[in-house]
Design a protein around this ligand. Sequence first.
Ligand SMILES: Nc1ncnc2c1ncn2[C@@H]1O[C@H](COP(=O)(O)OP(=O)(O)O)[C@@H](O)[C@H]1O
Ligand SMILES: [Mg+2]
Length: 344
Amino acid sequence: MQQPIIELKNVTRSFTRGGGLLGGTPQRIDVLRNINLTIKPGEITCLVGESGCGKTTTGKIIAGLLPPSMGEVIYQGQNLSQLDKRAFSSYRKTVQLVHQDPYAALNPTQTIYAILSGPMFRHKLVKNKREALRSVSELLETVDLTPVEDFIGKHPHQLSGGQRQRVVVARSLILEPRLIVADEPVSMLDVSIRLSVVGLLRRLQAETQVAFLFITHDLAMAKYFGTGGNLAVMYLGEIVEFGPAETVIGEPKHPYTQALLRALPEPDPELTRAKEPVALRSLDIPDLAALPSGCTFHPRCPNYMQGICDGDVPGLVSQPDGRRVACYLYADGRGDTETRKDLA
Ligand SMILES: Nc1ncnc2c1ncn2[C@@H]1O[C@H](COP(=O)(O)OP(=O)(O)O)[C@@H](O)[C@H]1O
Ligand SMILES: [Mg+2]
């Protein structure tokens, strides 16, 4: 079996809220709790969940921009916190992050040529301007920014949002990463061009076999991008369902996944009208600083079983079809991994 690129083992991340200038007593909030996630070479993983559930924090931990508070991040068999400088620098090249905002990601004072050739010179991938021009041109062609002459001398503000995000994607490819963490890569783009950028990412994935962690709050995007890969559904800092995207989307098991899917419009308006939303018991998302006991979805869950769901935190349990679900409807919820160790 191929060695994973990255493994998160029981990763918990806490932040302190309040105190300092804001006044009040500082409070520790556990934004991510006991996350276990393995990303293998060439694999597509979609991470989906409502805004604020911890997706970006997970992406940052995987990209090495944020350390976990507890648990381990394993890179090619080694604990990230114990890598020496050289190994850490190799890791930072292996894992590239593409985030939401292509405006913020590009230096407004540089031309596209300077933006893309900078890392090439820094990492000694090119020796002179002639080589750099050739490599930058190839890269622009790869991300469909053609004819190249129309883009290479321009500044970011002269491009559209979609074109800028293509430049960001091009830059993420320079060091030939093995994993790209794409955090809501199209959510700031016009709806009309989202699919073309996601299509580009899929094509690059197929061509280069780079692994993808595709983060989105939009299940429709996950459905489109994630075909053939895995889907992780996150709720309030925990993964509640994980499995092959087709299985999870085709027959969601966790009531939260079911609710997300029922809210999704169908291409056929008739079908959309016929779909009944899941009747949640509450629309309020609980505060991370005051998490409900047991399954954190229980105050909203239509299948809530008193005395069970509000007891212990359910663990992710493997199902016969290969997925894992953290829900007492499907097992005793104790989990088959050590995912839900008591939070000390
Ligand atoms: N640096 C930080 N300090 C304090 N709280 C943070 C910080 N970063 C994120 N959070 C909190 O962590 C939670 C998860 O955030 P995030 O990972 O950005 O969620 P998502 O990407 O799913 O919208 C949110 O409640 C957010 O307010
Ligand atoms: Mg986010």
